[in-house]
Design a protein around this ligand. Sequence first.
Ligand code: DC
Length: 223
Amino acid sequence: MSENKFFVIAVDGGAASGKSTTSRALAERLNLLHVDTGTHYRALTLLFLNLRGKQTGDNSIADFLGKIELETSLSGRAALLKINGRVPADGELRSPEVNAMVSHLAAMPKLRELLKSYQRSLPEIARQNGFAGLVMEGRDIGTVIFPNADLKFFLQADVKTRVKRRADEGLQDSIAKRDKIDSSRKTAPLACAEDAEIIDNSDLTPEEVVDRICAFIENGAGS
Ligand code: DC
């Protein structure tokens, strides 16, 4: 990675594969803006669930998406999605109701189009705010959102480890079911980019994962 070059890192993987822990730590070490795109799909799902009970008239997804305004709020090194003027709380975004619905909404092409153009606008915000680069995590970052990212990582862990991680966080989440829906949808499925570095972190600590990625960068990857 050459000095002073703004760079984009894509981190993809299934549910509970360690993307957020890794991306947050990378953002700290390398002065990057961190974007968790899972929260974008969760925020839209939460709004959809909240509006569903109240709606009268046109209930189409196009009508729903047409009423949405997306902005960004910075909190430390994290870029948080502000939706219709509000940043939803993390607890709301990770409720069992949102967990059960999010993969279904995330399979909708129109919804993904809306988020794609928003997500592609974020490197500019990182530049304007003095970050050295951007680390964005999700399912399709290295394949669809930033196919020309400077570095791509695909994280994996065995199912037992991933289920334990969610249980330790006190969260109710059918990760295998979500992965199945996410990887079998037609538009931008969960997939490993051909040029991504695969890291299985089942037996690694978060620090070891970040060390491995930094060593990879120091050894000239992405330059
Ligand atoms: O990373 P997460 O578990 O918070 O993501 C929640 C859901 O959002 C995931 O099951 C599928 C969807 N998602 C997606 O389709 N594409 C992304 N880039 C990120 C998340």
